[in-house]
Design a protein around this ligand. Structure first.
Ligand SMILES: [Ca+2]
Ligand SMILES: [Ca+2]
Ligand SMILES: [Ca+2]
Length: 172
């Protein structure tokens, strides 16, 4: 497995909270609701609703293109395929943008350290890996990263062929 697929597998494994070998809509929704709760965002607020809608859109897009046996769930091989440069703008970028908006609680254009780590923990990553990931991104050591850098990270994480920020999320 190359570095990119290792990262995608790490995401797949933490999102597959019931460890049944398949990603299902409930896995993504559970993680999304955990992130919203842990960030202390009102679930009825606009950023929370936009984020949940983007999760639904992301899932619908994945399943409609990839669920070849129509069982409503995705194996890792099915899940990994749409994360390509051609599919990213329509299938994945809206999710990245809504997550950035959600995590920028005070809407100042930056994602603060604590909010980034909270979101990473909500997805299901271990704290140590989340902290290392954050330190890789906060190159100016300000304790916050611009949302634009967050979006670049998200794209690189899923698309870069080589090792990139966030490789520490891959378990040894
Ligand atoms: Ca599952
Ligand atoms: Ca399937
Ligand atoms: Ca902020």
């Amino acid at each position: 497995m190359d570095a990119r697929h290792e990262r995608i597998k790490a995401v797949f494994d933490v999102l597959n909270t019931n460890s049944n070998g398949y990603l299902e809509s409930i896995d993504l929704e559970t993680a999304a609701r955990r992130i919203i709760r842990d960030l202390g965002v009102d679930p009825g607020s606009a950023p929370a609703r936009t984020y949940l809608d983007s999760i639904t859109g992301y899932w619908t897009s994945l399943v409609s293109e990839l669920d070849q046996n129509n069982d409503g769930r995705l194996s890792f091989d099915e899940f990994a395929r749409p994360h390509t440069p051609a599919n990213y703008p329509s299938a994945v970028r809206p999710l990245a943008e809504s997550l950035a908006q959600l995590c920028d609680l005070d809407q100042d254009g930056f994602i603060e350290h604590t909010d980034f780590v909270t979101a990473a923990l909500g997805i299901g990553f271990p704290r140590a890996a989340a902290e290392t990931f954050y330190a890789e991104l906060d190159t100016s050591r300000e304790g916050r990263i611009p949302t634009g850098a967050f979006l670049t990270m998200f794209e690189n994480f899923l698309l870069a062929e080589t090792r990139t920020a966030g490789q520490t999320l891959v378990p040894n």
